[in-house]
Design a protein around this ligand. Structure first.
Ligand SMILES: Nc1nc2c(ncn2[C@@H]2O[C@H](COP(=O)(O)OP(=O)(O)OP(=O)(O)O)[C@@H](O)[C@H]2O)c(=O)[nH]1
Ligand SMILES: [Mg+2]
Ligand SMILES: [Zn+2]
Length: 327
């Protein structure tokens, strides 16, 4: 979106409230309640796209970030930021997890994205994009493979080219709702945003022909108003879906495993070779795919290591604070 910067108008009320609609290195673009847009330096506080904020009357800084209703949070992907989180989007109601029907089905990626989405506090919905590119049989097979790991999650097949499925997306993204689009680069997030808005607000790019992957065209997360009154949050395709520590995400995304586990003889069953393990029994009976259990184990281990990183970080900070205090 082309943000127009309204000149500051000091002397007005000391604090103005609004919403962060874009972040660029060190700066927030804030849509104020009076519909003017200001750019404010980010100083001292962690700010995410979607945040409800108070801006100081001199437009010098974000005075306060209101409590987040929901937050799509991942572990920072750059080295040197161990134990640091990155809030991809905040105050969102629905997370659309986009997978392209003409790319290799990636159930493991979808599981991760669903954990992230459930953890955010928003409702996940899977979008199966580009259905104009395959025949019905391929579409059905891909959708079946995705639904096998997206339990209780609606799947909406769409084509931004033909418009198929967009009505359902508009129904979900109704007035007053904020929706975020996540998914690998090139799956068609920005194209879908443009189709919903009705004209080109986001840049899009061809996927590479050799491996069907995107070019990372979208570089910043941005909130875009939809004519119907919803807010769309387009995000850059994430190379790695790294988890932050989970609240309920893993339990929600792996409901099937947890349901079997409820019937294990031992409450602390590790589902390895314990007697009367209902999870191993489900695998033997063909009710649970062993690959899914292994995937869940990896995600649990990953979250534990994030917790360990956080603890380590706090310990390091305490040590530094302790040294500073000494004469
Ligand atoms: N045939 C067809 N092509 C599509 C559709 N949606 C998107 N594409 C094409 O897929 C390519 C990538 O689309 P983008 O919208 O840029 O993908 P993105 O998910 O925003 O990618 P990043 O910004 O890199 O994360 C473009 O060439 C689009 O024209 C669709 O419904 N049908
Ligand atoms: Mg994009
Ligand atoms: Zn067990």
């Amino acid at each position: 979106m082309d943000a127009h910067v309204t000149p500051p108008n000091p002397g007005d009320s000391p604090v103005l409230s609004g919403r962060v609609i874009r972040l660029d290195r060190g700066w927030s673009t804030v849509l104020l309640d009076d519909s003017s847009v200001v750019r404010v330096r980010n100083i001292g506080t962690e700010i995410a796209v979607g945040d409800m904020v108070d801006v100081s009357g001199d437009f010098e800084r974000i005075h306060m970030v209101h409590e987040r209703k929901s937050a799509l949070t991942r572990r920072h992907s750059f080295e040197g930021a161990r134990g640091v989180r990155q809030i991809v989007a905040s105050n969102i109601d629905v997370v659309f997890v986009v997978h392209a029907v003409n790319a290799a089905v990636n159930q493991r990626r979808l599981e991760r994205e669903l954990v992230l989405a459930f953890d955010s506090g928003a409702t996940p919905v899977v979008v199966l994009s580009k259905i104009d590119t395959v025949d019905d049989a391929v579409h059905a097979s891909v959708q079946q493979q995705l639904s096998a790991v997206a339990l209780d999650v609606e799947i909406v097949p769409i084509s931004s080219q033909t418009g198929r499925g967009l009505e359902r997306i508009r129904e979900i993204a109704h007035e007053g709702i904020t929706v975020a689009f996540i998914g690998a680069s090139g799956v068609g997030k920005s194209t879908l945003v443009n189709a919903l808005v009705g004209h080109e607000v986001q840049r899009t790019a061809e996927v590479r022909s050799d491996d069907q992957r995107g070019r990372h065209t979208t570089v910043a997360a941005e909130l875009i108003p939809l004519p119907g009154g919803a807010w769309l949050l387009d995000t850059p395709g994430l190379r790695a879906v790294t988890l932050w520590t989970s609240g309920i995400g893993i339990e929600r995304a792996f409901r099937d495993v947890f349901e079997h586990a409820d019937r294990c003889r031992f409450r602390n069953c590790k589902h390895l070779d314990e007697p009367d393990c209902a999870v191993q029994q489900a695998i033997r009976d063909g009710h649970l795919d062993v690959v899914r259990l292994e995937a869940m184990r990896r995600l649990v281990a990953e979250e534990l290591s994030v917790e360990e990183e956080q603890l380590e970080r706090v310990r390091q900070q305490d040590k530094r604070g302790f040294r500073k205090k000494r004469p």
